[in-house]
Design a protein around this ligand. Sequence first.
Ligand code: NAP
Length: 295
Amino acid sequence: MKNILLIGSNGQVGQELQQILPPYGNIIAVARPAVDLAQPDSLRDVVQKYQPQIIINAAAYTAVDKAESEPELALAINGTAPGVLASAASQLGAFLIHISTDYVFDGSHSSPYQENDTTNPLSVYGKTKLAGEQAIADVGGNYIILRTAWVYGTYGKSNFVKTMLRLAAERPEIRVVADQIGSPTWAKDIAGAIAQIIPQLTPEISGIYHYTNSGVASWYDFALSIFEEAQQLGFPLRVERVVPITTSDYPTPAHRPGYSVLSCARIAAVLGNYPPHWRQSLRKMLAELYTQQNL
Ligand SMILES: NC(=O)c1ccc[n+]([C@@H]2O[C@H](COP(=O)([O-])OP(=O)(O)OC[C@H]3O[C@@H](n4cnc5c(N)ncnc54)[C@H](OP(=O)(O)O)[C@@H]3O)[C@@H](O)[C@H]2O)c1
């Protein structure tokens, strides 16, 4: 059995990985405070201690708006730490699997972004995540960088689905941005894709891949679908009106791309199929959440 060091095991994707990975290796799941991405020594120490064959970094500074006022901390966690992990992995001959974001792009495309398309992040978060990608590539070891987008799941503190369900239980009207287009992606599907990749890790497949659920939506489309599916399951909802608004109606500290759909053709060739459609995954996630919450 390979030793798989999972860093960031308490996040949305990290918790799904903890559930799904045990058949694929001996999982060593670590999180703050034991391992802190802002403290490079803690990363070197944990890699040295467990001598993993595979390192998965599911941790990141993910507060997109807050990053605008904490650029140094975001850079340490998202930009510097991945390079430290890549060096430590390379010294051991280990594979690094790292997760990145659609926010490395500026959204000026009108067709799905390929892995080698020009990056141009609009936010501190996007810039720091891109710095992390570059730090990993600069080390030159074996790595998979999986760019994903619009992540939600049953685990983790908060996400768009949980926020919409909370608001829908409280209010008759909800306003949602309708001019940002992307692909909502279930954390469990990302974990499933990583599990499928693990047995195929060879130096030849090293590189950047895009993985999101299939299909596209605006946040407004996504919210409407959440309410439709949740209603069918029996979630308590008070919402009567969902109003589409523009990004300029809802200013945020961080700028976000207007279009950040990622082409998943490259990962589909490795996995043998395209990711499931986001609506199908949303339905499954809500059913899980409904059961978990004993509604
Ligand atoms: N969420 C999205 O919509 C989205 C979109 C595109 C890409 N991604 C990428 O997908 C990956 C997983 O995201 P996610 O949604 O699962 O994130 P998440 O739920 O916010 O979890 C992030 C995890 O990182 C940990 N973390 C933060 N700072 C840390 C530090 N200094 N040292 C150690 N751990 C630290 C957090 O630990 P605590 O539990 O201690 O806070 C948390 O468990 C990230 O690389 C993210 O950039 C996410």
